[in-house]
Design a protein around this ligand. Structure first.
Ligand code: HEC
Ligand code: HEC
Length: 287
């Protein structure tokens, strides 16, 4: 219940006028340190309001004298990174492989760009680290179909293989089960010879060898060493594109698989293709 405001005789302070059962409330001033801190924070926030984006409006907001915005800041940072990256990628595009390799920093950037591009685009077919899958060649073993120099790899990747692009790598193994080709007994015999080239001893390789010389050696070489200008795989080695078993060999003779790879020049820019070529070349089989 309010009573009148008066001076307290003991402390000399004024009372607030509030009284409970004879106890009167003193009007004590706030501590000085508290008051100063409050004035300081008010002053700082006023300066802040003037300098930085603060007061909202109907169509926008007050941008502040410094014109600061976190969004612009992020945009600037991103633009700086993109500019720096594109400067590097331009150099990768323009320089020869030899010159790229002379620059350790550029080589590291190309390797990273190549590794990422490989994981995103190539891994589903060629496997992690280029280990290969049935029908999709290993890129790490040095058992190249078309060639393992940087230029060979760049060519394969840029235009593809049987991709339909006019500059694609192109070749065809005939279907030997067709009219006027090989009888099924001959197919079995030549398959035995292919297995013999691979080191297995089965069936009657001698008659198979003759059939091979007449029908297959032109593409796969006299000793099954393969021919790179037409992408005819080496038959004698231990790394095989379309399967290791005799059944797989027969299947290939009866109905060649003729794998195809897309041309990447419409999906990846020139610098990325060079980066991916450097990465693939470094997987262990590069020439
Ligand atoms: C859709 C599956 C597929 C994808 C994706 C793919 N490839 Fe291929 N690639 C193939 C096939 C199939 C062949 C073998 C074709 C043939 O000659 O029989 C091949 C062959 C190659 C060759 C030639 C190998 C040799 O022995 O000469 C290179 C190099 C190559 N690929 C690199 C790449 C790179 C790099 C990428 C990613 C940018 C890629 N490939 C993506 C399917 C694919
Ligand atoms: C005109 C060239 C040509 C002739 C002739 C030819 N091939 Fe091929 N052969 C190829 C090509 C190109 C490939 C790889 C393409 C593919 O995946 O089908 C291949 C792939 C193969 C493969 C799979 C190799 C692997 O690594 O898995 C076998 C096996 C094979 N040929 C056996 C034969 C036999 C046996 C004959 C003869 C009866 C023969 N080829 C005749 C071009 C030829």
């Amino acid at each position: 219940m309010p009573t009148k405001i008066e001076k307290d005789s003991v402390t000399g302070h004024m009372t607030t006028g509030h009284e409970w059962d004879g106890l009167k409330e003193l009007n004590q001033p706030l501590p000085k340190w508290w008051v100063y801190i409050m004035y300081t924070t008010v002053a700082v926030s006023l300066v802040w309001i003037v300098l930085y984006p603060s007061i909202p409006g109907l169509t926008g907001y007050y941008h502040g004298m410094l014109g600061y915005s976190q969004r612009t800041k992020v945009d600037q940072d991103v633009a700086a990174v993109v500019k720096q990256r594109s400067a590097y990628m331009d150099r990768i595009k323009d320089l020869s492989y030899a010159d790229i390799r002379k620059d350790p920093q550029l080589t590291a950037i190309a390797q990273t760009a190549g590794r990422i591009a490989f994981a995103n685009n190539c891994q589903p077919c060629h496997g992690a680290g280029g280990g290969g899958n049935l029908g999709y060649p290993t890129l790490a073993a040095g058992s190249w179909l078309w060639g393992g120099t940087l230029d060979d790899i760049q060519q394969s990747v840029t235009f593809g293989i049987r991709s339909g692009h006019p500059d694609a790598r192109q070749s065809q193994m005939p279907k030997f089960s067709g009219e006027g080709m090989l009888k099924s007994a001959e197919i079995e015999q030549v398959a035995d010879w292919v297995m013999a080239l691979r080191g297995a001893k089965i069936g009657d390789p001698a008659s198979g060898q003759k059939i091979y010389a007449e029908n297959c050696a032109a593409c796969h070489g006299d000793k099954g060493e393969g021919k790179r200008d037409i992408g005819a795989p080496r038959l004698s080695g231990q790394v095989h594109l379309n399967g290791d078993s005799r059944d797989a060999v027969v299947a290939q003779i009866v109905n060649p698989r003729m794998g195809s790879m897309p041309n990447w020049n419409t999906r990846l820019d020139a610098a990325t293709i060079k980066s991916v070529a450097l990465y693939v070349h470094g997987l262990g089989g590069g020439e």
